[in-house]
Ligand binder design. Structure first.
Ligand SMILES: Nc1ncnc2c1ncn2[C@@H]1O[C@H](COP(=O)(O)OP(=O)(O)OP(=O)(O)O)[C@@H](O)[C@H]1O
Length: 460
């Protein structure tokens, strides 16, 4: 029986999840803070941890790091508020399996938990922060090109560059699809039948990076109990995708440059040069050029990998692509959740197009998946979308009408009331007169909202 640890300082959430997972055939335990969770993880083995991002003693990234040190095989799912999506994405980079946003829907977490545990069972090597991808996982028909001009240009570049052996730097914010582009280059190249190996250099601890990339021989360091191939050898004949290249230590940058120039690797502790034929694609969401000028990234390595650049725009700058991706994610979610949601109604699509999407396609995919899960009708409507999507800009006094038509207000109280009424009217408009959502966005309860509607003579 798989074992799950739930770490959350909200006793209700712990209890709800504990009972729900117990009913679904898991053995569960809970901890009210990070320290207690760590203690339990040291004493017992858990297959998976569901952990709140904001604990009284640790934040999600800190606790994630500690969990992975105790047992790198333990899958971690982070619970976060919607506004923390950017930090949650950071957690994914540091080895979390997935993040879920509040409010929690047990069915949604159950699905994620099952997938996480399946993946763990399938890949005995998952102790290593190395992701290997197979043809199946990247079937070209899952790749959406998009219809914006930007997407069309990117596609042209992929087609142009794929058949060559050139190194490519893929630039873009988190979740813009850099790894997808790398896979598309690989599967459109003559190396398509050979391995595609992805390494997240951002998740590689410095002391492990050399061995992960170049391999090691038995006895090279404490813990090197066997000879091990590195990613270059694993990718032989195929493509190696180095994500977050900017995070590689200077020392490993030197070694990497040597491999790229001389086309052989030497395992850590080894004396033999092993020839390698590997195409290297790299991605970064940092400004590598700036890192070079600041002396944090080797200029010679930068020039070596910079044979061609593909830059992916943030989703908010190519809103024409949103409907197509949303439909694609909807199809995937229908399949995964065994649902038959037909599409999005006008209001929901308008909200998707207006949102800022800090987490880009990854965030859109998660939002659509949850919407499909919650959807009770044939189309996704605004009720199924996170309330945060209702107000693309945070409600602030800057948005609120405080104009008294040139006359001076009679009292400070009148100013407050005027601002309050304007804020309520504005949010009601944005939510299509939905009282629950209006109250939620204004952070008041429904009763208070109704009192204020009466006070300010607002129709309801
Ligand atoms: N072209 C595409 N077609 C379909 N889905 C895509 C495409 N590009 C990205 N996605 C979706 O967006 C998610 C994030 O993509 P990907 O991992 O490639 O982004 P990334 O830029 O490499 O992210 P990070 O910087 O965080 O590593 C994918 O899991 C997939 O669901």
């Amino acid at each position: 029986m798989k074992r799950i640890l739930i770490v959350d300082d909200e006793a209700d959430i712990c209890l709800l999840l504990k009972n729900f997972f117990a009913k679904n055939g898991f053995e569960t335990d809970t901890a009210a803070n990070g320290e207690e969770g760590i203690k339990k993880l040291k004493e017992q083995t858990f297959d998976l941890v569901i952990c709140d991002f904001k604990l009284p003693d640790y934040n999600g990234l800190e606790i994630l790091q500690k969990i992975k040190i105790i047992n790198a095989k333990t899958q971690v799912i982070i619970i976060t508020g919607y506004s923390d999506v950017r930090i949650a994405v950071e957690a994914l980079k540091k080895g979390a399996y997935e993040y879920v946003t509040k409010p929690l829907y047990p069915e949604e977490i159950l699905m994620i938990v099952k997938n996480a545990l399946k993946q763990e069972a399938k890949s005995p090597n998952s102790t290593k922060p190395v992701k290997t991808s197979t043809t199946k996982a990247t079937a070209p028909n899952q790749y959406v090109v998009g219809k914006s001009r930007h997407a069309q240009v990117v596609q042209k570049h992929i087609e142009l560059i794929a058949p060559t052996d050139m190194s490519v730097i893929i630039l873009g914010e988190t979740g813009t699809g850099k790894e997808y582009v790398a896979k598309s280059i690989h599967y459109n190249s003559k190396r398509a039948d050979q391995p595609f190996i992805a390494v997240d250099c951002g998740a590689l601890p410095d002391e492990l990076a050399g061995s992960e990339l170049f391999g090691h021989i038995k006895g090279a360091f404490t813990g090197a109990i066997n000879d091990k191939k590195g990613c270059f050898e694993l990718a032989e004949g195929g493509t190696l995708f180095l994500d977050e290249l900017g995070n590689l230590s200077y020392d490993n940058q030197v070694k990497l440059l040597r491999v790229l120039q001389e086309r052989y690797v030497r395992r850590v502790g080894g004396a033999k040069d092993i020839p390698v034929d590997v195409r290297v694609l790299v991605a970064t969401n940092e400004n590598l050029k700036k890192a070079v000028s600041e002396g944090n990234f080797r200029e010679d390595l930068y020039h070596r990998v910079n044979e061609f650049v593909i830059e992916l725009s943030p989703l908010r700058e190519r809103t024409d692509d949103i409907p197509m991706f949303a439909e694609h994610f909807l199809g995937a979610a229908n399949e995964q959740l065994d649902k038959q949601v037909m599409g999005f109604d006008k209001g929901a699509m308008a909200m998707l197009k207006a949102h800022h999407w800090h987490g880009n396609l990854r965030e859109l995919s998660n939002v659509v998946k949850r919407a499909v899960l919650l959807c009770q009708s044939d189309k996704v409507n605004d009720d199924c979308l996170p309330v945060e999507l209702m107000s693309p800009e945070p409600v602030s006094s800057g948005n609120i009408d405080v104009d008294f038509n040139g006359t001076l207000p009679t009292s400070l109280r009148a100013v407050v009331e005027h601002a309050e009424k304007s804020a309520i009217l504005e949010v009601l408009k944005k939510t299509n007169n939905n009282k629950s959502k209006t109250a939620e966005l204004l952070d008041i309860d429904r009763k208070t909202l109704y009192n204020k509607l009466t006070l300010y003579n607002i129709d309801n």
